[in-house]
Ligand binder design. Structure first.
Ligand code: SIN
Ligand code: FE2
Length: 217
């Protein structure tokens, strides 16, 4: 993995805000890498385009998704799972570009989770009105590793609850370049995203991208 990028930007901007025990918000952490991140995302999406998948209950998700890494998160009528090939093309998911991996590893480290080794990056695209209902990230085998979540583009309200669906979520506004990391005691906390408000981001246009890094095995 290259460290040149971080040699150029030794001081990634980041204030550290605690969302819960084990859950940290690094404001602006990814901002210095936006150009490289966006270029890398373009190459991923050219090979594995965004698509709106169906839940096992038969609802089409409002968020469009794709993946990179050795596996990808998918959902269809048969359930949620990780798959090593893109069901749309039958080909392996694009490899995780080094800059994505590096930002995630550095953010995890800054949040108190050294040695994070993500094997999957789920890429979510929200247009105005798109949302993600409260859920737990629990399709992974390894709950010892944190979740690292990078926001780009329009800001969104992130809801971060507790171990029970009924726990009242706290609301955090996630802006372009913010990175949320949750692990340890909050690894299985319910979370979601409120419907995206209309807007036009100067760099990303009328959308929000979210990169969710996970270690599944
Ligand atoms: C997710 O939980 O997969 C998405 C979170 C986000 O979009 O910020
Ligand atoms: Fe999630």
């Amino acid at each position: 993995m290259t460290t040149d990028l971080f040699a150029r930007f030794p001081q990634a901007r980041a204030s550290r805000e605690e969302m819960a025990e084990g859950a940290v918000l690094l404001r602006g952490f990814a901002r210095d890498f936006e150009t490289e991140l966006i270029a890398a995302l373009r190459t991923v999406v050219a090979q594995a385009p965004f698509r709106r998948m169906f839940t096992p209950g038969g609802h089409q998700m409002s968020v469009a998704m794709t993946n990179c890494g050795s596996s990808g998160w998918v959902t269809d009528r048969t359930g949620y799972r990780y798959a090593s090939a893109d069901p749309e093309t039958g080909k392996p998911w694009p490899a995780m570009p080094p800059v994505l991996c590096e930002v995630a590893v550095r953010a995890a480290d800054r949040a108190g989770f050294p040695g994070f080794a993500p094997d999957v990056c789920l890429i979510n695209r929200y247009v105005p009105g798109a949302k993600m209902s409260l859920h737990q990230d629990k399709d992974e085998l390894d709950f010892g590793a944190p979740i690292v979540s990078v926001s780009l583009g329009l800001s969104a309200i992130f809801m971060f609850g507790g171990l029970k669906r009924s726990d009242k979520p706290r609301r955090f506004r996630l802006e372009h370049g913010d990175v949320a990391v949750w692990g340890g005691p909050s690894r299985l906390f319910f979370h979601g995203v409120a419907p995206l408000a209309e807007g036009d981001h100067p760099v990303m246009g009328p959308q929000r991208l979210n990169l969710t890094f996970r270690k599944i095995g």
